[in-house]
Design a protein around this ligand. Structure first.
Ligand code: FAD
Ligand code: NAI
Length: 474
């Protein structure tokens, strides 16, 4: 017999599970259907982010950073390490444990909030009088009737044309998080967020990493000064990054043979033990039954939505990676909350202009708002203030003085238009920038806020002071 709900959410990634919890908090009867299983076939809610994205990548980044610190930097502190050794099995086991705890955490939250969870694949069946009929295929097939539906089916790694992922030699993010040996030579196609984060992990653990990037510009979306500083740091660490490359062919045999042309048009042949392909992601809409009910997709397969995440079908919404906009977990969550509140009759708002971007490399990179090249293109008059971590006492005590904070403010009103950080804990420091921009604060506001000493956050205050050419420590 069909089961009735006010809301059925398809997908339990950060967009879906958060939408389900918020709707349940607001008094709706909610089901959340998710297909993800762990390696033992058990339910593993949390989507890409929890299983093969944000969480495992940050676990490996942390472990590999500890290893590199012990190997290369403890000596600066007078700490001698003898017999340093890498136990990759334990390192990967810890990552899996962190992932498992997050899966369990979501199941606990569903129970606490009375969200009914179904483990299986959902597809639209038909429009019915009471709403939408949704089939769940899995261990226990079900029919659900929903007054409202949220599609939060996420995204998957894009394949290089003609080169399917085998997760043995040709790796997506999934395979790149599961390597059981450190490859001697690792190739990476794409110097985007995944290429840089996972390339950094395996370089720190001992691989010789070569990154092949198609664009002639490094991190095209970042502020140019930030990108330049980061590229310098990554090269110094030993990441080989080739820009403006055209990959011509890839042959996977005993080794992966890659032929490519460099930016000058010169032909190269390279051999790798493994190749990570990280050239962007594609929306998950196959098997959803979109065509059965006429759910409109755009030419790239994303579910078409308006700025409130409404699809072309009545009472059907879509959030997260499966719709336009940045593919970020926190963007998916914000949309999930907003849709749940809209369904419950509230009038929430997601500010797409203040979504922070973070790359969790070392140095970390983070920004919010516009960069200098965007402001110049718009012809906007602005003032810039920059402060290097080299001049920050806490950074010197940490022994990590790479990078800077840059504050961009309107030349007349002083409103903060963008904040760009490359350096230690940029991922945490950017939160202050998001708050100031959300409240449409001025550089002078940051400059007049008391920041604890000695902290890295003082670099933010000093950069804001520098907008008015009155930095105190530089
Ligand atoms: P997803 O997390 O992809 O979840 C979708 C879920 O829906 C999945 O569980 C899927 O199995 C399920 N599903 C799909 N179709 C169906 C169906 N028909 N029936 C039932 N279930 C279905 N973002 C950040 O903000 N910070 C980071 O540090 C970060 N690191 C990342 C690292 C990597 C390696 C990768 C790959 C991504 C990273 N991201 C990060 C991006 C982030 O993971 C995504 O933006 C986020 O997961 C999107 O959430 P979502 O809910 O839209 O989709
Ligand atoms: P990406 O869009 O960040 O980078 C892809 C890179 O591949 C680009 O630089 C592009 O120019 C390059 N490229 C594309 N086709 C190419 C080709 N044929 N040859 C050579 N280079 C090519 O995509 P990525 O790294 O796959 O990550 C996908 C998304 O996942 C990110 O955009 C981000 O939204 C999300 N993510 C977020 C993280 C975070 O927030 N820290 C971490 C990891 C992923």
């Amino acid at each position: 017999m069909a089961k009735n709900f006010d809301l059925v959410v398809i997908g339990a990634g950060p967009g879906g599970y958060i939408a389900a919890i918020r709707a349940a908090q607001l008094g709706l009867s909610v089901a959340c259907v998710d297909a993800w299983s762990d390696t033992k076939g058990k339910p593993a809610p949390g989507g890409t982010c929890t299983n093969v994205g944000c969480i495992p990548s940050k676990a490996l980044l942390q472990s590999s950073e500890h290893y590199e610190q012990a190997d290369k930097h403890f000596a600066d502190h007078g700490i001698k390490v003898k017999g340093l050794d890498l136990d990759l099995k334990t390192l990967l086991g810890r990552k899996d444990k962190v992932v498992g705890e997050n899966n369990q955490g979501i199941l606990f939250l569903f129970k606490k909030n009375k969200v009914t969870y179904f483990h299986g694949t959902a597809s639209f069946n038909a429009k019915v009088d009471a709403g939408w009929s949704i089939n769940v295929a899995g261990d226990k097939p079900e029919e659900l009737i929903a007054k409202q539906v949220v599609v939060a089916t996420g995204s998957s790694a894009r394949e290089f044309p003609g080169l399917p992922f085998d997760e043995e030699q040709i790796l997506s993010n999934d395979g790149a998080l599961r390597l059981t040996d450190v490859p001697k030579k690792l190739g990476v196609i794409g110097a985007g967020v995944i290429g840089l984060e996972l390339g950094s992990v395996w370089r720190r653990l001992g691989s010789e990493v070569t990154v092949l990037e198609g664009s002639p510009e490094f991190l095209a979306a970042a502020d140019r000064d930030v990108a330049k500083e980061a590229l310098k740091a990554f090269k110094k660490q030993g990441l080989e990054i080739n820009l403006g490359v055209k990959v011509d062919s890839v042959d996977a045999g005993k080794h992966v043979k890659v032929k490519y042309h460099d930016a000058e048009g010169k032909e190269h042949k390279a051999e790798f033990d493994k190749l990570v392909v990280a050239i962007g992601r594609v929306p998950n809409t196959q098997g959803l039954g979109a065509e059965t009910v006429g759910l409109k997709l755009d030419e790239r397969g994303f579910v078409e939505v308006d700025e409130d995440c409404r699809t072309n079908l009545p009472n059907v919404w879509a959030v997260g990676d499966v719709v336009r906009g940045p593919m970020l977990a926190h963007k998916a969550e914000e949309e999930g909350v907003a849709v749940a509140e809209r369904i419950a009759g509230q009038q929430p708002h997601v500010n797409f202009d203040t979504i922070p971007w973070v790359i969790y490399t070392s140095p970390e990179i983070a920004w919010v708002g516009k960069n200098e090249q965007e402001l110049k293109k718009e012809g906007r008059e602005y003032r810039a203030g920059q402060f290097p971590f080299m001049a920050n006492g806490r950074a010197r005590a940490l022994g990590d003085t790479t990078g800077f904070v840059k504050v961009l403010a309107d030349a007349k009103t002083d409103e903060v238009l963008g904040i760009h950080i490359v350096g230690p804990t940029a991922s945490e420091l950017i939160a202050e920038g998001v708050v100031i921009m959300e409240f449409r604060g001025a550089a002078e506001d940051i400059a007049r806020i008391c920041h604890a000493h000695p902290t890295l956050s003082e670099a933010m205050k000093e950069a804001a002071l520098a907008v008015d050419k009155r930095a105190l420590n530089f």
